[in-house]
Design a protein around this ligand. Structure first.
Ligand code: NAD
Ligand code: DAU
Length: 339
């Protein structure tokens, strides 16, 4: 059996990756290490948590007593665990430094001592390039992160690289664009807007609504990570982009159409501080390995809307019964001035 450690496997992309890995690789045993923070949920793994090829471990990646033996006992580490929401990093950045930087450091220190480790995938993000007004970021471009979240991810990205350059830890870094799909926590724009629309609540659109994101279906992200595990070169960086650049206002209108709700639900609100205008990735390097995305954005978004429609069991307890979520939502949106 190939022993695979997935950190952050109870989060959005991590849980989709665990499911993908168990389905695609019958010779893998997957261990999920997750702290179950506000967005890490065992519900995300409900259909695989009892799979005999899956083990769940509750713990903090920064706690070496828990994480180091797991890293040392693995052939492959796929490191998703992170604090991930830009708006939260603007309110309070401490947890981002703890997990994204120090937590990554703890895993890399263990990886340095590991004897059977073949791959350490550092899941980074396109946000490390900063805002890109024109063109598309290449892996060799300068990193110019502009918010505490992306700065913490850039720190982890380069720290991981340094463990390859210095100690030959078999690190490969991936930088993906904005993911969408099932099990995404309803603080990120797509699940927030879908679930608000389904409940006839307004959709708080930041600024002029013209910021652009490149949308990547989470399954295409999983297949890209799998490809990089198999064919990537140690010490290299691979961009993973969906090639679907969409301004937020257009995304919002598409969600309203798919949910059958009126445009009057759009509420223009004050912009995010330091809001990155646009991200775009050049994915030629990954495509040269043989990867391409399979999901068309129109179909993937429609399927995602259908999943949220069919899965109130998953999102309604978060929105209606979780006091921490409700406090966050109130602070973020209730007194936010109009744009
Ligand atoms: P998420 O917020 O949904 O999940 C993060 C997971 O990490 C949760 O399960 C949480 O409990 C866990 N976690 C947090 N701190 C931890 C700690 N100290 N120890 C152990 N577990 C901890 O995140 P996501 O959107 O699935 O993102 C996963 C990774 O992909 C992150 O590294 C993120 O930076 C990266 N990424 C995300 C996107 C995107 O669009 N969502 C795009 C590119 C890259
Ligand atoms: O690009 C990859 C990154 O994508 C990941 O690294 C991050 O972990 C992930 O959170 C995501 O960051 P964004 O800031 O791009 O995603 P978010 O869903 O928060 O916002 C997407 C766009 O929608 C952005 O331009 C801000 C806007 N927005 C967001 C929210 C939550 C709104 O207009 N209103 C909102 O309420």
């Amino acid at each position: 059996m190939v022993k695979v450690l997935v950190t952050g496997g109870a989060g959005f992309i991590g849980s989709n990756f665990v499911r993908y890995a168990l389905r695609t690789h019958p010779d893998w045993h997957v261990t999920t290490l997750d702290k179950l923070t506000y967005c890490g949920r065992l519900e995300n793994l409900h259909d695989v948590v009892d799979n005999p090829r899956h083990t769940f471990v509750l713990g903090d990646i920064a706690d070496s007593a828990v994480s180091a033996p797991l890293v040392r006992g693995s052939h492959i580490v796929v490191h998703f665990a992170a604090e991930t929401h830009v708006d939260r990093s603007l309110q309070s950045a401490g947890a981002f430094i703890h997990t994204d930087v120090f937590g990554t450091f703890a895993l890399l220190e263990a990886a340095r001592q590991a004897t059977g480790l073949r791959r350490f995938i550092q899941i980074s993000t396109d946000e490390v390039y900063g805002s890109v007004p024109t063109g598309a970021s290449k892996e060799t471009d300068e990193l110019r992160p502009r918010n505490p979240y992306s700065a913490s991810k850039a720190g982890a990205d380069r720290l991981a690289y340094s463990y390859w350059a210095t100690y030959q830890v078999p690190v490969v870094v991936t930088r993906a664009s904005n993911n969408y799909g099932p099990y995404q926590f309803p603080e990120k724009v797509i699940p927030l807007f879908i679930t608000n629309a389904l409940e006839d609540l307004d959709l708080p659109l930041y600024g002029d609504g013209m910021n652009v994101r490149d949308w990547l279906h989470v399954d295409d992200h999983c297949s890209a990570v799998d490809m990089v595990i198999e064919k990537g070169v140690d010490g290299e960086v691979y961009n993973i982009g969906g090639g679907n650049e969409v301004p937020n206002i257009e995304l919002t209108r598409r969600i309203l159409q798919l949910t059958g709700k009126p445009d009057t639900l759009i509420r223009p609100v004050a912009d995010r501080l330091g809001h990155d205008r646009r991200y775009a990735l050049d994915t030629a390097k990954l495509r040269a390995l043989g990867w391409s995305p399979r999901h068309l954005f129109a179909d993937g978004l429609a399927a995602t809307v259908e999943w949220y429609k069919a899965s109130p069991w998953w999102w309604q307890p978060i929105k209606h019964q979780d006091p921490a979520y409700q406090a966050y939502y109130k602070a973020q949106y209730s007194t936010r001035p109009g744009a």
